[in-house]
Design a protein around this ligand. Structure first.
Ligand code: SF4
Length: 409
């Protein structure tokens, strides 16, 4: 396929594809899906080999946000029955971080709900970063606290934050449709502040919010221009109790095409498969490892992910390896540029915008039917359509940070 050959050649040269080429990836058919994944895999292996970086989310402060991001279970007016709690203490956050590190994570992403931190919040998080770094040698820390005010990025950097996450989420043209309490420009400004302070910038998107292919290409091209070191790709978890609860419009195949498009547009960047991985890719998750080079281990901010052990087994079974703490994530040219700017490593992120998605539901009971000849046989399991709402796969987080139960790692 000429398109894919062209995209591989451009990806290996770090050359930007055209918008038409990016759109064409999204328009490929299911028959072409494995070719698309294989082509993106060539670019992925050129810059990241077969390594998978594991990141671990710690939700420092959950729910009760005054902002109105439609996709978010922590938003103003959300009826989602998520955990709600105020700031974790430094030792509590460090304990949660240690569980992620023990599970194989090399980066911890500290996330707090809210429009942005007060100066007192920055003090609090700075203390938490220092405690985590003292108690977990070699750990990378990414902060995700919302919109930053002047001087806050520098203070977080001075406290030891390696990276700062703030997602663009969707295209500039549609931003006002999903959030009214802050603007796309506010978000861009915060990413610039993080970069100026010498932190590794992490900024990504959420797919599945009803956007068009053009919107997806727009936001990914904007990210390329912003030049973060890592791009988390979230797939919307349509939480009951949020305005986007009915937006079930992703299939596993579409998710793979979106990830491939991101890889072609941002070839040498840490592309992270983020929230919605289990819900939308389902049994095709291992294929995504050929495209992305980074995932979150364990649970998300307000929803539960698959068991950490299952993540590790999936990586091994698919023939990939967990990236070790002593390995630099980014390709040399990026790592050198970052070091020159005074930072270290790539970036964390989370599972759904400024902060993350979640969900509820339990597996459906297995019914049984009685055959006319006597005896009972299990009913054939109903196979849901690829784009059917899968509320059965969404579970609100009930363990880890903010609870008395051990975290999933
Ligand atoms: S994404 Fe962040 S800022 Fe937006 S509603 Fe959720 S917690 Fe608040």
């Amino acid at each position: 396929m000429d398109l894919l050959n062209t995209l591989v050649e451009k990806g290996l040269r770090r050359e930007l594809p055209t918008r038409e080429e990016a759109l064409a990836v999204l328009a490929t058919s299911d028959d072409e899906l494995l070719d698309v994944v294989a082509a993106a895999g060539k670019v992925r292996r050129q810059w990241f080999g077969r390594r998978v970086k594991l990141n671990y989310l710690v939700n420092l402060k959950s729910g009760l946000c005054p902002e109105d991001c439609s996709y978010c279970s922590q938003r103003l007016g959300s009826k989602a029955e998520i955990l709600k709690y105020t700031w974790l203490k430094p030792d509590e956050a460090s304990k949660a971080a240690a569980a992620g590190v023990a599970g194989g994570a090399k980066r911890v992403c500290l996330v707090a709900s809210g429009r942005g931190p007060t100066d007192r919040d920055v003090d609090r998080v700075s203390q938490t970063i220092q405690t985590i770094k003292e108690q977990n040698e070699g750990i990378e820390v990414c902060a995700c606290l919302g919109l930053l005010s002047e001087g806050q990025a520098e203070r977080l950097r001075a406290a030891g934050a390696d990276a700062y996450n703030h997602n663009l989420n969707t295209s500039e043209a549609t931003y006002g449709d999903i959030t009214t309490t802050h603007t796309y420009a506010d978000r861009v400004d915060t990413v610039h502040q993080a970069q100026s302070a010498g932190m590794s910038a992490c900024s990504g998107l959420i797919a599945g919010m009803g956007e068009s292919d053009e919107d997806l290409v727009d936001v990914v091209f904007s990210l390329r221009e912003l030049d973060p070191d890592s791009v988390p790709v979230n797939f919307l978890i349509p939480f009951e109790g949020t305005p986007l609860a009915k937006e079930w419009n992703l299939t596993p195949q579409r998710c793979l095409r979106i990830l491939a498009m991101v890889r072609f547009v941002c070839p040498d960047v840490e592309v992270r498969l983020a929230g919605g991985r289990e819900v939308h890719l389902r049994s095709l998750q291992p294929l995504a490892l050929h495209v992305v080079n980074s995932i979150f281990l364990g649970d998300y901010l307000t929803s539960e992910g698959q068991e950490g052990k299952a993540d590790l087994a999936m990586i091994a079974d698919a023939g990939f390896e967990v990236e070790g703490a002593g390995t630099t994530t980014l390709p040399t040219h990026r790592a050198d540029a970052l070091e020159a700017a005074g930072a270290a490593g790539g970036c964390g992120g989370h599972s759904g915008g400024g902060c993350g998605p979640c969900g509820d539901g339990a597996p459906a009971d297995t019914a049984a039917t009685c055959a006319p000849t006597g005896g009972c046989a299990p009913a054939p399991a109903a196979v849901p359509a690829a784009d059917q709402a899968r509320t059965d796969l969404v579970a609100v987080r009930r363990r880890g940070a903010g609870t008395d139960l051990p975290p999933n790692a």
